[in-house]
Every structure is written in structure tokens, then in C-alpha cells.
Design a protein. Sequence first.
Length: 348
Amino acid sequence: YKDIDKLKTHVLNSISILEENLLNIDPQNRKTLFKNKQEVNKIVERIEKIKWKQLHKQIVLDESKKFEIMVILVYTLVSILILLAILIYIFKKKSLLEQEKTRNQKLLLNQSKIAAIGEMLGNIAHQWRQPLSVITTLASGTKFSLEINNELKKEELIQASDNIIKQANYLSKTIDDFRSFFMADNESMSIISIKKVIRDLEALTQNVFENNFIKTQITIDKNHDLYSNESILIQAFINICNNAKDAFKQKEIKTEDRYFFIDIKQKDKNLEIQFLDSANGIKEDVLNKIFEPYFTTKHKSLGTGIGLYMSHELISKYCKGTISVANHEYTHENKKLKGAKFTIIIPL
């Protein structure tokens, strides 16, 4: 502002001198004009320098802002890429852990199923001795009659053949029950009937319970359909049945006091399935641990501790349900009994 004021003063002075001396400019005025001109040039030059200096500063400032924005953008982009890389790594790691967990669960399921089948096959092998003995007796008797009398009545031969076929069909049906259970697809889900599930469960556990003098009573209010996996559901139930059978043997419950009840009914929008035995219940200090993996109250040679854990996993994962256990005292046939009551809640 000072420079412009000076510039204005010099210019006005020069104009005034020229107006007064249009025709004749004396040396003194000429000197003053020349001096004014020099001052004006200096001021203009200084203003130009200031202008370019300010312009350069503005350009640098603008470029620095652009650079700053670019740095921020690059930093943000790099941060996003790093974050994405971290998230991808976490998700990949989580996916691998989930896959590993699924593989372990499948291994545990197969281990549990094989253990249950091995145990039941041992009982069934004992049960098979009777029909095999009948078949052997009938065949031996037929052969003996032919060797002694050299003849055999047609009616006797037909009766012997019918009995042999009946016993063979019983053995074949038992094999089919176990094969369909063991070879079932553990991944497929479908609409299943709870009555059919219990029928199949009864077929698979009947010989085991009969060999251990366990009397079974089943109550179902009506048939219900579930969206689940039949083999998985039966496996969960078999583990509970085997647990009851082992409890009767381990605690040496009298054979006349061995009861196992299955009660199924609808409760609101859920299906409530209760398994109740009379094996004197579970110790209170371990009641909240029985669904933990590898926890068992049996001797190491008798239990692995994965049966009830697998039942808990199968009910919660494949059926979206819950399973709980509590000791229950009750009266049956004028007997005061106590046992473990497993309650399973599955959405209908």
C-alpha cells in the first residue's frame, strides 16, 4: 500500500509538471520528471517482484496441498489394502479353523457311532445264538430223519423250512437295520417322522436292553414331523440309551428295578423328548460336566466320554435344539425310583 501511494504521488506530480509546462520544460522540471520516472520504475519493479513472490508462494502452497491430499489418499488406500489383507487372513484362518472343527466333529461322530455299533453288535451276537441254534437244530434234525428213516414227511419238511426262513429273516432284518444306520448320509437334511425315528431306535437297542433286563416304555402323544437328519438324531438317542444301560450295570441295579422311559409330546412350538431311567441318577458334583468332551465317570476301559458330548453337539447343530439333564425322583408300579432325566427340546 505504501508503494502504491508513492507511485500515485510521483505520477500525479509528473502530470502536474507536464500540464504546467506543456511547451517549455526547463532542466529542473526535466530532472524532476526523470527522477519520478526512476522512482516509478523501481516501485513497479518491486511490486512485480512481490507479485511473483506471492504467486510462487501460492503455487507452492497449492502444490503442497495437492501433494498432501495425494499423500492422504495414498495412505488411506494403503491402509485399506492392509486392512483388507488382514481381514482376508482372519477370514481364511477362521474358515480353516471351522473346517478343522467340522472334520474333528465328523471324526468324533464316526468314532461315537462305531463305538455304539460295536457295543450293540456284541449284544446282538449273543442274541443271534438263539436263532442260529434253532436253524442248526432244524437242519440237523432234518438230516438225521433222512439218514435214519430214509424218508421225511412233506409237512415236516415244510414246517422246518418255514422255521429256518423265519429265523434267517430275523437275522437279515437285524443286519439291514444296522447297515442303514451305519451307512446313512450324515449331511442330508429332510422331513422325518419322530415315530419312525423311535421305531428305528427301538429296533437298534431292543436286544441290548433285553440282554440287560431293561424294561422300556414309550409314550408319544401323536406323530410329529421334524426337519433334521434321521441317522444323526438316532445316534444322539442311542448315546443316551447306552449311557443308561451302562449306569444300570455299573451301579448293579436289581434287574427287576431297571426301567427306561421315553416320553414325547408337543410343548408350544417345540417337541419335547424325555429319556428317564431308574439308575439312581448322576452325582450332583459332576452333573454339569457330563456334556463336556472326554468326560466320563466310567472306567477307562468302559467309556471314552464322547457319547453324551456328541449327543449335545448333534442336537444343537443339526436340530437347532437344546439338551439338558437333571436327577428325577418318581414312583412307578408302587416303587420309589430315582434316575437321570434327559430333556431334549427341538423346534417343530
